[in-house]
Structures are given as C-alpha cells and as structure tokens.
Design a protein around this ligand. Structure first.
Ligand code: TXA
Ligand code: MG
Length: 319
C-alpha cells in the first residue's frame, strides 16, 4: 500500500531524490519521475513492467518550460500549444540531448504535454526538471482515473500517490506529430479530432494502423481488462446472463441482471461516458461472478472516437 495524500512538498522532495510519485492529471493518473534522470526513469519501466521500446511523455508547466527541453517548436505546433495547453494534448517535438534516450526509446522526438490539473501544475512549477509519466497502470492493463486505482495496482511500487480526485476527462491525451506537412494524430484521446481540425485545418488520423506502431499506444491489445471482452450482441443461447457483464453507452440490455451492467452516460453525453469508461471496465473486470464482458460502441464523434478506440483495444477478438 502506498501513502495517499495531497502534500505537494513531499511529492517534490521524493521526485528530487529520484523516487516515483503517482500524480493526478485531467486524463488519467501518471507514474512520474525526473525525466532527466535515467535511473529514476528506469524505475518507471520496471514498476510498470513496460517494454523499453515504448517511449514516455514528459510533463511540463507550460510552453515556456517546454522550450527548455526541445530543439524547436514548429509554428503550427506552437499555435496549437498556445490554445490547447494546459489540456489533454501531447505534441511530439525534436528532443534536446538532455532528455535521456530511455525516455524516448531512442527516438529523436519527445512527447510533451502540459496537464490541466491544479495540483500537478503547482508541482511542475516548483521543479526544475520535467516529469516523465506514463499512465500509472501495469503495462497493458486499464489506466487509473483515481488515487485508489493506482494503489490497487501499483501500491507496492510507488511510495506516494498525490490525490487529486477523479480525473475529469478520463481518457489519455491525444498525441499529434508535426513531422509531416499535414499534422498527424497518432493516438485518439481527450482532445477531439473535430476540435483539432478547427484549430489546425487538415489533419490525418493514423491511430488505427497497427502494423507499424509509431506510437506503441497503437498496439492493438492495450487498456485491456483481464476478463475477456467482446463486441458481439448478447445471445441467450450461447451466453449465460448471470455471468455476463455489459459496458453500455446509455441504456441497459434486456435479459441481463442490472447489477452486471455499467451505463456510461444515461443522457448519452460523450464527455460523461469518457470520464466513466476506465472505472466501468475496471469494476466489471473485478466482479467475481462475471466471466465475459460485452462492450458496446458509442457514436463515432467527439470523444466517442477515443472511447471506441479504447473499447476496441480492450476486446479479445479484434473487431
Ligand atoms: O494522458 C496521457 O497522455 C497520460 C497522462 C499520465 O499524461 N499518459 C499516458 O502515457 O497515456 P502512456 O505512456 O500510457 O502513453 C504514452 C504514449 C505511448 O503509446 C507512447 O508510445 C507514445 O505516447 N509516445 C511517447 N513518446 C513518443 C514518441 N516520441 N513518438 C511516438 N509516440 C510516442
Ligand atoms: Mg498507458
């Protein structure tokens, strides 16, 4: 069990000594360490059992702080950052030498983000290094959206969890690259494609190409519960209602006990659905009587795209 609290000074001093601290963000909780200290960063990989080929995001307090760690910020990226930071938006930028190769898995670019959470922003402003922080879950499992979720999975690995309440957005940040002429979305996330298009104009969305994962968040099996999850309709001939869990958008499925069903948003609100998504998957996964989870896709618009992306990756049979 880790200590859970809201002592920013304590978090700061642990991080300055190369230790891991879990931090709240508006998307999901992160497992943070000093991004300029390779030994501290190595602790993240081992705590998460994360393969070294999967690079980390660095978190900074603002655009000005970001400039210290990257060689340049293209004009379009700068315009986006000015409007979208702090927020659920990660930008790939050419890294300076001072960012260890371990953070970027040897890539020349580093993923940078300014999280929109008052506690974490306050912490970042007091540090003279960025925080490398992947989601605070064991590699491949569902991301945590509360301090308790972090404690359940990584409580033995992390000394201190900064408790900033439930994450408001609930899905990870959108990742965007400016390496090509047309900006490329590499991971769908908390900043919708529609919003990005209104800020940037033409975009390409690459997040479904799994053959060559530029961003290993693109690996198909990710964010998965341990209980098998499928995207088929409930079929009373082949499935047992009592042991089937349902992850539904706004209305329950007939014939399944209501306590086996998680309704993401009764009003059909995609923001609310995103906020509930990972908690819902986690709670269904933990119900001892449930041996199969049926997922349902939500409308493919706004945050719905990121929600559907996570649901598809969580399913055992790829749909
Ligand atoms: O919302 C978020 O982004 C959360 C919070 C904690 O900030 N973090 C997060 O980190 O989701 P993580 O490590 O779970 O996912 C980071 C993704 C990975 O899929 C990684 O492959 C990709 O970012 N990534 C990082 N650096 C990259 C780079 N230089 N090029 C391409 N992809 C990169
Ligand atoms: Mg993750």
């Amino acid at each position: 069990m880790a200590e859970i609290g809201n002592d920013i000074t304590k978090a700061k001093s642990l991080l300055e000594r190369g230790q891991l601290v879990a931090i709240p963000t508006e998307t999901v909780y992160g497992l943070a360490a000093n991004a300029t200290d390779p030994i501290a960063v190595a602790r993240i990989f081992s705590a998460k059992k994360r393969p070294h080929f999967d690079p980390l995001i660095i978190h900074v307090a603002g655009l000005e702080a970001a400039e210290k760690w990257v060689k340049k910020i293209p004009e379009s990226a700068r315009r986006l950052a000015t409007k979208a930071w702090p927020g659920p938006m990660t930008i790939l930028l050419p890294k300076k030498e001072v960012i260890p190769d371990l953070v970027t898995s040897g890539l020349d670019t580093v993923a940078v983000r300014v999280p929109n959470h008052p506690m974490t922003l306050q912490l970042l402003r007091q540090l003279d290094f960025p925080l490398a922080a992947p989601s605070a879950n064991p590699f491949g499992y569902i991301s945590p959206t509360s301090a308790e979720h972090v404690d359940q999975q990584l409580g033995e690995e992390v000394q201190y969890i900064l408790d900033g309440g439930t994450s408001d957005v609930g899905v990870e940040s959108t990742i965007i690259s400016f390496e090509k002429e047309v900006p490329e979305v590499l991971r769908l996330g908390g900043k919708s494609v529609e919003e990005l298009e209104s800020l940037l104009g033409e975009l390409s969305v690459k997040s479904h190409s799994s053959s060559n994962p530029v961003a290993p968040g693109m690996l198909e099996s990710h964010y998965a519960p341990r209980t098998p999850m499928i995207l088929q309709e409930f079929d009373s001939k082949t499935m047992n209602a009592a042991s089937t869990g349902i992850l539904t958008f706004k209305s329950p499925v007939d014939g399944i006990p209501i306590e086996n069903q998680w309704i993401l948003s009764e009003n059909g609100n995609l923001e609310e659905a995103a906020k509930n998504l990972f908690r819902a998957m986690r709670e269904l996964d933990q119900k001892p009587n449930i041996s199969l989870i049926i997922g349902q896709l939500v409308p493919e618009q706004g945050l719905g795209r990121a929600i559907n992306d996570r649901i598809r990756r969580a399913t055992t049979t790829q749909n």
